[in-house]
Design a protein around this ligand. Structure first.
Ligand SMILES: Cc1ncc(COP(=O)(O)O)c(C=O)c1O
Length: 547
C-alpha cells in the first residue's frame, strides 16, 4: 500500500498540546520579600497511622525523643533564616528545598526534618517537597513555551501513585517501560494519548494493553515491530508508533546509564532505517508511523559546556543539539517517503547537582532552547521524557544513626537505611550528598566516615569518605537527591521492608504518601500456596517413555 493510503487512514492527532496553569505559585518568589516573622505554626501530620508500639520503648542511650504527640507536628515556618533572606532567586543560584539554616537544623520548605523524624512511625523514610515538584515541572513548562509539546514524566524514576497523580494534574504525560507502569499511569488518570511505551523487551500482553489504550509505542527492534503488529491485530486497533533510533552520540555519563551509543541494547541500528520503514509500509492497517525517538542516557550534565570552551574559542559542546540535528535529518528522510511525521521525541536525561557544589548545570530552558529552532523549522511536536530532573532533588532519605565504629583505619557511621532502600551508590558508585539533620554538640569531633547500612554486603554503603561531625546514636542523617531511582529501585534485601514516604505540602503540613511495607506483606506472598505435584508426575512419565 502506498504511503498516501496510509495517511488517508490515519487517525488525526491534536497539534496543539497545552498545559493547565500551575495551581500554586513559586513559593520562593513569594517568600523572597517576606519580613522575618517570629510566629510559630502548628503543623498537621496527616495519615500518621499505627505507630509501632515496639518503637515507643525507648533505648535510654539514644538521644531521640518518643513523645505521644502522634498527630501534631509543631514547626516554625519562619525559623529558617535561609527562607527569609530577601535575595531574588536566580536560575544559576539554585535554591534547594532542603536548606541548612543558621540554627544548624535542616529544613524542608520551612519544616524541621528532625521534627518529622520524631513524629513518624518508623525510619528510614523518604521525605519529599511537593512545592519543589511544582517548581521542577514549572521549569519545563516555561521552557517549552511556544512549542507544541508533551512532557512525558518517566515513571521508572519514581512510581509513587500520589506523586504520579500530582504530576498528571500539573499536566504531565507519562513514559512507561512495562505493562504495570502503564496500568499505574492509567490508575493515576494519565491521558493515554500523552503516554509513550518504551523498552527493548516489551511483552506481547503489555503491547496489547498499550494498543487498546491508544498509547504511543516506540519500535525498538525487528521482533518488537512484529509484536506490535500482533498486538494491533489482537486489540483491533492501529498503533501509533515512533522509531527509536540510536543516534550514536556519547552522553559522557556512567556506562550503566548511557543508552544512545552504538553498543547500547536500545533502539534500532541507523543503517536498518529503510528496513523498518518498509516494514511499517507493509502493515498499513496495524501501524501508523508518527515520529522518531532517541534517548541519549541519564545524568547528563555536559549538555552545555559553553563557558570554558568559549574562552579558548572552540564551538559549543551540545550533545542534545547534536542528537536533535541527526534526528531531524532522519525525520526529513522519512517524510521524503510520504510518512506524516508529527513528533520528535528527544528522551530524558538531564542531570542534577548531586554534589551540591552550586555548579552551573544545564537547565530545562537550556535544553529546550538548543532544539527549539530545529523543532519549529520542521513543524514538529516535541516530546521530552524527564524523570530525574523532575523528581530527584525533591527528596531525602532520612535515616537514624545506629552507631559509630572504627576498624583502626576507617571510621564508619552505621545508619538504619541501606542499599536496600537506596542502591545508587552501590550500583553506580553514585555520589549523593549526606548531612546531619540537627546541630551537633560543640565538642563533636569532625572526622572522615564511610556512611554504611546494616545489610550483610560490603557493597552496602550510602557514601564514602564523608567529612562529618561525629554523630550521637539516634541522630538524623539524610541522603539528598533521593527522589529518582531510589525508592523505585528499592528492594527488600535482608528483609528490610520498603520504607514509608511523606511529603511536605505548601503551607508546611506533612502528609504520608505511601505506607511502608511490613513483615506481614512478605508473609502474604506465601499464603494459600499448595504443593504442586504435576511436575513430578510429568518427569516420571517422561522417564517411563524413554526407558
Ligand atoms: C527511554 C527513556 N526515557 C526517559 C528516561 C528518563 O531519564 P532521566 O530520568 O535521566 O530523565 C529514561 C531513563 O533511563 C529512558 O530510558
Amino acid at each position: 500500500m502506498a504511503a498516501s493510503d496510509i495517511l488517508s487512514q490515519s487517525p488525526s492527532f491534536p497539534k496543539c498540546l497545552n498545559y493547565p496553569s500551575m495551581p500554586t505559585p513559586n513559593p520562593y518568589v513569594l517568600k523572597s520579600n517576606l519580613p522575618f516573622k517570629h510566629t510559630s505554626r502548628a503543623l498537621n501530620l496527616r495519615a500518621v497511622l499505627s505507630r509501632n508500639p515496639a518503637e515507643t520503648t525507648a533505648n535510654p542511650n539514644l538521644p531521640f525523643k518518643h513523645t505521644s504527640r502522634a498527630l501534631n507536628l509543631r514547626a516554625v515556618l519562619s525559623r529558617n533564616p535561609a527562607e527569609t533572606t530577601a535575595s531574588e532567586p536566580k536560575s544559576q543560584n539554585f535554591k534547594h528545598c532542603f536548606t541548612k539554616s543558621d540554627d544548624g537544623y535542616l529544613y524542608c520548605e520551612g519544616v524541621r526534618v528532625q521534627d518529622v523524624m520524631d513524629i513518624v512511625e518508623r525510619r528510614p523514610f523518604y521525605l519529599y517537597s511537593k512545592p519543589q515538584i511544582n517548581r521542577n515541572f514549572e521549569a519545563y513548562r516555561e521552557a517549552l513555551g511556544g512549542l507544541n509539546s508533551i512532557i512525558g514524566y518517566a515513571i521508572k524514576a519514581n512510581n509513587n501513585l500520589k506523586i504520579l497523580e500530582h504530576l498528571r494534574m500539573l499536566g504531565c504525560g507519562a513514559v512507561l517501560v512495562s505493562g504495570n507502569e502503564l496500568r499505574l499511569a492509567l490508575k493515576a488518570g494519565f491521558d493515554p494519548k500523552r503516554c509513550i511505551f518504551n523498552g527493548n523487551g516489551k511483552l506481547l500482553e503489555d503491547l496489547v494493553l498499550a494498543a487498546q489504550e491508544g498509547v504511543f509505542v516506540n519500535i525498538d527492534s525487528e521482533f518488537d515491530l512484529d509484536n506490535i503488529v500482533s498486538a494491533a491485530r489482537i486489540a483491533g486497533k492501529k498503533v501509533n508508533v515512533l522509531l527509536r533510533i540510536n543516534p550514536d552520540v556519547d552522553p559522557q555519563v556512567h556506562a550503566y546509564v548511557a543508552t544512545g551509543n552504538k553498543n547500547s541494547k536500545f533502539g534500532i541500528r541507523n543503517e536498518k532505517l529503510q528496513w523498518f520503514l518498509d516494514a511499517v509500509k507493509a502493515h498499513p492497517n496495524d501501524l501508523k508511523l508518527v515520529g522518531a525517538h532517541c534517548h541519549l542516557g541519564s545524568t547528563i550534565t555536559k549538555a552545555i559546556d559553553v563557558a570554558p570552551l568559549l574562552l579558548v574559542g572552540e564551538s559549543v559542546v551540545d550533545i542534545f543539539r547534536d542528537a536533535a540535528v541527526l534526528m531531524v535529518n532522519y525525520i526529513d528522510q522519512i517524510r521524503d517517503q510520504g510518512f506524516e511525521i508529527d513528533y520528535l521525541n528527544i528522551g530524558g536525561g538531564l542531570g542534577i547537582d548531586y554534589y551540591h557544589t552550586g555548579a552551573v548545570l544545564p537547565t530545562p530552558r537550556d535544553l529546550i532552547d538548543t532544539v527549539r529552532e530545529l523543532v519549529l523549522s520542521r513543524n514538529l511536536n516535541l516530546i521530552i521524557e524527564p524523570g530525574r530532573s523532575i523528581i530527584a532533588n525533591t527528596c531525602c532519605l532520612v535515616n537514624r544513626v545506629t552507631g559509630v565504629k572504627t576498624n583502626g583505619t576507617k571510621n564508619f557511621i552505621v545508619v538504619d537505611g541501606s542499599m536496600s532502600e537506596l542502591i545508587r551508590p552501590s550500583l553506580y558508585g553514585a555520589y549523593q550528598h549526606i548531612e546531619l539533620v540537627s546541630p551537633s554538640p560543640p565538642d563533636a569531633e569532625i572526622s572522615t566516615f564511610d556512611v554504611v547500612g546494616p545489610v550483610c554486603e560490603s557493597a552496602d554503603f550510602l557514601g564514602k569518605d564523608r567529612e562529618l561531625p561525629t554523630p550521637n546514636r539516634g541522630a538524623g542523617l539524610v541522603v539528598h537527591d533521593a527522589g529518582a531511582y531510589c525508592m523505585s529501585m528499592a528492594s527488600t534485601y535482608n528483609l528490610k521492608m520498603r520504607p514509608p514516604e511523606y511529603w511536605v505540602e505548601e503551607g508546611g503540613s506533612v502528609a504520608k504518601i505511601r505506607h511502608g511495607e511490613t513483615f506481614e506483606d512478605h508473609i502474604r506472598c506465601f499464603e494459600g500456596i499448595r504443593v504442586i505435584g504435576t511436575l513430578d508426575i510429568m518427569i516420571v512419565a517422561i522417564a517411563h517413555e524413554s526407558s
